[in-house]
Design a protein around this ligand. Structure first.
Ligand code: OGA
Ligand code: MN
Length: 279
């Protein structure tokens, strides 16, 4: 296996020399990719060119994948979800939620371990639709000792409804029903990982802090998010068609830079099931 990992700044790495054949068949690849992911937070495979069958097969080598039989999910490969704005208006509203910094699966029991995107159709304008990443391990490490102590026991309520209302204060009944189908979930502000590392658990779903006046908690969460995602801490991926990007959903925040509803942008996503509850 002749694969090179080139670090990107300030986080992430580009993986070169891993072609489709290697990713699908090499016995060392799954452990190699998972280790590189944990070390770098984000892995970029430039212009790899996976189709759905190949993306699903590769992801199944990394772990269990989320599979669904719902609108937007591939019938043939139920682990492949098509991220596109124009499926219908509802999907559009949902996709706009990805424009805010977030961690996937904050209202679920165990958040996803990793998310794998391939770029299929890109907006004509290069200014639109980058995917951006910021490390929540680094964000924790930059806190002062006093803050680390103060935040140690804090618990945060994550809510899809609060997140949605930031952009759309008057959701439709239909949107509300969908958002409330996944009730709010309390998560620790600081995740003590099995590796011994700590990370901040923040993002647009972080609504308020238990035992603190709502406004005060919301202000602190907004400040932490702002500090964590300053431009100098962000890797912004400008897509080429065929790129595959994997992020370690346990240790990075991500967002899409806004793109036009009619841009045609289409990403195919597979989610690797998590095995580490936040504690
Ligand atoms: C996601 C997501 C960002 C993008 O798939 O979870 O947030 O750039 N996607 O489409
Ligand atoms: Mn996401």
């Amino acid at each position: 296996m002749d694969v090179t990992v080139n670090k990107l700044c300030p986080l992430g790495a580009e993986v070169l020399g891993a072609d489709i054949e290697t990713l699908l068949n090499d016995e060392q690849i799954p452990a190699f990719v998972l280790d590189a992911l944990e070390e770098n937070g984000v892995l970029v495979f430039p212009e790899l060119g996976f189709d759905d069958a190949q993306q699903a097969a590769f992801c199944r080598r990394l772990g269990d994948t989320v599979k669904k039989d719902q609108k937007g999910w591939s019938k043939e490969f139920p682990d492949v979800f098509n991220i596109a704005m124009d499926q219908d208006r509802k999907a559009g509203a949902y996709m706009k939620g990805t424009f805010a910094w977030h961690i996937d699966g904050m209202t679920s029991e165990v958040p996803a371990k990793a998310t794998v995107l391939t770029g299929r159709v890109l907006p004509a304008s290069k200014e639109e639709g980058n995917t951006e990443f910021a490390s929540t391990y680094a964000a924790y490490d930059r806190l002062s000792d006093e803050e680390k102590e103060r935040f140690a026991g804090l618990k945060v309520v994550h809510s899809l409804e609060v997140s949605h209302r930031r952009d759309n204060p008057n959701p439709s009944e239909e949107d509300l029903a969908r958002l409330r189908a996944e009730p709010p979930k309390v998560q620790p502000l600081v995740w003590m990982h099995r590796t011994g590392q700590r990370s901040l658990v923040i993002g647009t779903t972080a609504a308020y802090i238990e035992g603190m006046p709502e406004e005060e908690g919301a202000e602190l969460l907004a400040e932490l998010l702002e500090r964590s995602t300053k431009p100098e801490y962000v890797y912004s991926h400008e897509w080429s068609v065929g790129d595959m990007v994997i992020w370690d959903n346990r240790g990075v925040l991500h967002r899409a830079l806004p793109y036009d509803e009619d841009s045609g942008r289409e990403m195919h996503r597979v989610t690797i099931v998590g095995d580490e509850p936040i504690q």
